[in-house]
Design a protein around this ligand. Structure first.
Ligand code: HEM
Length: 413
């Protein structure tokens, strides 16, 4: 870690990775200031070590568009602010690789999430969502995260993997631990994280071997098992790619579904408009929710050479953190950017799914899940009121919630 003399005030200004900022949802003014005054800024010390922050939309796009200069590879420490060198769970997944290996593995998974494949999931998804909403208690306080967001996203994962239904409760536990980079270098918590990741890998390896012995089937594990690029991965690559698909399909969509509740409480008029015209507005209400939530707050790259960027010199080996939550609020792209606006014309330009060669493979599926939830809520004329403050995660990576207590009213359909 750099030992640069820096005042506590200056460090507060520059270190936007601090968990307390995220737990208190207090990060907005910090990023607004950086975007306005120092959009490419260097933080010389944090629990994750020194790092650069990229906070404007166009600069994030520029970094993502130059993967030769800004590498994703686990060999340099990977794609999150916490260096993957510092753990035994290095998660050598294809999101944390550069081409050509990244491209080969991405091509293996991509056919599972084409519009045609996703269309096949639509009917069961709608039926599952409707049933769950109909079973929620009316007029009683309950936790939206655990009653709606987790069950819906876990069910989708069981479909994607053809995962044993009776063990589905394991998926969010593994997913949460795999994504827990907010623990930083804490050895006890890292040991716990490693334990869960190894358990996840062992469970999936057994399923994978079973699928390999069977003829090809349309689920992610079978597709991997019968592919050239992913049938013989080493242990770290296997565990990494499973973690990528489990976290990718789980925490992210879950926290969008939870974020929806905060947005409709903040903007009741916009919610009334969505309920009056779900056919016209549900899709943009979904992308607006994903934009404002930014469930993955950042991705990190490592500079492979000295480079002049945004008037600064980024040195070879430096960590470069792209703050999507900030890019999504860049007023030069999104007018009145903090506003949840289901009529916003350029909502889809948001950066929550990243940009360029690593852009999220599950984007369409995530949008479908969220739009379906919104449509089914609208059909029931649901109003969901916050009870108290949501309990947020203290994480600058998974921008999400532990609990959101709500009370709900709905019409019967
Ligand atoms: C709202 C929900 C979601 C969000 C916010 C999200 C966000 C992201 C982000 C930020 C990236 C990295 C992009 C970049 O580096 O430029 C990514 C990549 C990826 N996501 Fe998602 N994701 C979501 C849902 C999903 C789902 C449902 C799946 C799978 C079923 C998924 C699978 C993946 C995969 C496989 C990659 C790696 C792509 C690559 O490296 O080529 N994601 N996602």
């Amino acid at each position: 870690m750099a030992t640069v003399a820096i005042s506590p005030q200056e460090l507060d200004r520059l270190d936007v990775s601090r968990g307390e900022l995220w737990a208190a949802s207090a990060w907005r003014p910090h990023f607004a200031k950086l975007r306005a005054e120092e959009p490419v800024s260097y933080c010389p010390q944090s629990i994750f070590g020194p790092y650069w922050s990229i906070t404007r939309y166009d600069d994030i796009v520029a970094v993502e568009s130059d993967p030769e200069t800004f590498s994703s590879s686990w060999e340099h420490g990977g794609i999150v602010i916490f260096d993957m060198h510092d753990t035994n769970v290095q998660l050598r997944m294809f999101i944390a690789m550069d081409d050509p290996e990244h491209g080969e593995q991405r091509k293996t998974i991509a056919p599972a999430v084409t519009p045609t494949e996703i269309a096949k999931l639509t009917g069961p998804l709608r039926a599952r969502t409707a049933k769950l909403l109909d079973e929620l208690p009316v007029g009683e306080t309950f936790d939206w995260v655990h009653s709606v967001s987790i069950p819906l996203t876990t069910a989708m994962l069981t479909t994607l993997f053809d995962f044993p239904w009776e063990d589905r409760h394991k998926l969010p536990i593994w997913s949460d631990w795999a994504a827990k980079i907010d623990i930083g270098p804490d050895p006890v918590l890292n040991a716990e994280r490693e334990k869960h990741c190894f358990e996840m890998a062992a469970y999936f390896k057994k399923l994978f071997d079973e699928r390999k012995a069977l003829p090809p089937q349309p689920n992610l594990l079978s597709i991997m098992a019968h592919s050239d690029a992913m049938s013989n991965l080493d242990d770290q690559r296997f565990m990494g790619n499973i973690a990528l698909l489990v976290v990718g399909g789980n925490d992210t969509t879950r926290n969008s579904m939870s974020g929806l509740i905060e947005r409709i409480n903040q903007y009741p008029d916009a919610w009334a408009a969505v309920k009056a015209d779900p056919a016209g507005l549900a899709s943009t209400a979904a992308t607006e929710t994903i934009r404002l939530q930014t469930p993955i707050a950042h991705m990190r790259r490592t500079a492979t050479r000295d480079v002049e960027f945004g008037g600064k010199t980024i040195a070879k080996g430096d960590k470069v953190v792209m703050w999507y939550n900030s890019g999504n609020r860049d007023e030069s792209v999104f007018a009145d950017a903090d506003r949840w606006d289901p009529t916003r014309e350029n909502s889809r330009r948001h950066l929550s799914f990243g940009y360029g060669i690593h852009r999220c493979l599950g984007a369409r599926l995530a949008e479908l899940q969220l739009a379906t939830l919104i449509e089914e809520m609208a059909k029931r004329n649901m109003d969901v009121k916050l009870v108290g403050e949501p309990e947020r995660l203290p994480s600058c990576f998974t921008n999400g919630y532990e609990h959101i207590n709500v009370i709900m009213s709905r019409d019967n359909v």
